[in-house]
Design a binder for this molecule. Structure first.
Ligand code: 13P
Ligand code: SF4
Length: 308
């Protein structure tokens, strides 16, 4: 393992590459990265990279977004099969038909799309949001228009609550956040009575209503940093986030909220990226995200929404 880590460090220099890693990657991958972050921070970091190559340790839609924002750079993803249940739940052709049906029925709306979506879906959208900027972007949608929010119905429902805007919600969900067990959360609360529960807004309402704080991964880091004394946090998001929280704020104790079938809850897509695949992808310059025609329109929407 030590050899593999030093091999990756060496290859990174040799190949003039920058590694970006999402907080849901294994700790050992986050440790090797030049930048770690949530979806918003990584999309913004991708625009500042100076090397010719970006290796994106995350899932496909994230690497695709990095490519859109850097047409001239080579963007690599250690495993091309690293997808996302949210992106899968909203095929572009289906969204296109649905939007047409709404228009034919005289509905005046804008489409607000969570970044966890394909480039083809982004190209059909008016706005792209992440967990880090969704409220702010939604406030930019003219009040006389309806909002079609895709693809995460839980995040959409949460945003309805915090912004007071009713939305037409697409029926998608994150397979990781959807399966947190309320029963196990309540038992954990009994075991750790002073525990503070923090939950990602991709969690369903039954988890959010038992939480003290709701926010994306970057917001969670900021929230725990505000507690000077040691605290116990019950964390309802992908389990690798605990590594990032513990490395930034080691004075606290972190407890994963269990999924219905496991003691903690890991994203099987993120887990496809391993140290071996990271090494191979640096070595071989593949798998590579190549420019697709729909990136041109998608890029415009992403830039307007995330970079301005
Ligand atoms: P954030 O890190 O942007 O909160 O997103 C969570 C997520 O599910 C990424 O796939
Ligand atoms: Fe997609 Fe959920 Fe995995 Fe994030 S954690 S990549 S939303 S399946």
């Amino acid at each position: 393992m030590i050899d593999l880590v030093s091999e990756i460090r060496q290859l990174k220099k040799q190949k003039n590459a920058t590694i970006l890693a999402h907080y849901y990657q294994d700790g050992e991958i986050q440790d090797l990265a030049d930048f770690t972050g949530d979806s918003l921070k990584l999309a913004r970091a991708a625009t500042k990279v100076e090397t010719d190559t970006i290796v994106f340790c995350g899932v496909h839609f994230m690497a695709e977004t990095a490519k859109m924002l850097n047409p001239q750079k080579r963007v690599l993803l250690p495993d091309m099969k690293a997808g996302c249940s949210l992106a899968e739940s909203c095929p572009a052709a289906k969204l296109d038909r649905y939007q047409q049906m709404l228009r034919e029925n005289g509905r005046r709306f804008q489409t607000v799309t969570y970044i966890n979506s394909t480039a083809a879906v982004k190209a059909l959208s008016d706005w792209i949001v992440t967990s880090g900027n969704a409220e702010e972007v939604i406030r930019r949608v003219p009040a006389d228009l309806e909002i079609l929010f895709v693809p995460d119905r839980h995040l959409g429902q949460y945003l309805e609550e915090v912004t007071g805007r009713n939305m037409i919600l697409w029926d998608g969900a994150c397979m990781v956040h959807e399966i947190f067990s309320v029963g196990d959360l309540l038992s954990l609360k009994k075991k750790v009575p002073a525990g503070i529960t923090i939950a990602h807004p991709e969690c369903p309402a039954n988890i959010r209503e038992h939480s003290d704080f709701i926010g994306g991964t970057e917001a969670m880091i900021k929230y725990v940093s505000g507690f000077a004394e040691t605290k116990d946090f019950l964390v309802a998001t992908e389990a690798n986030m605990l590594w990032q929280l513990a490395s930034k704020h080691p004075r606290h104790r972190y407890h994963p909220v269990p999924g219905i079938s496991c003691a903690c809850n890991k994203c099987p897509h993120m887990a496809l990226n391993t140290l071996e695949k990271l090494r191979d992808c640096l070595l071989n310059g593949t798998p590579e995200i190549t420019w697709q025609p729909e990136f041109t329109k998608a890029r415009e929407v992403v830039q307007r929404s995330l970079l301005n």
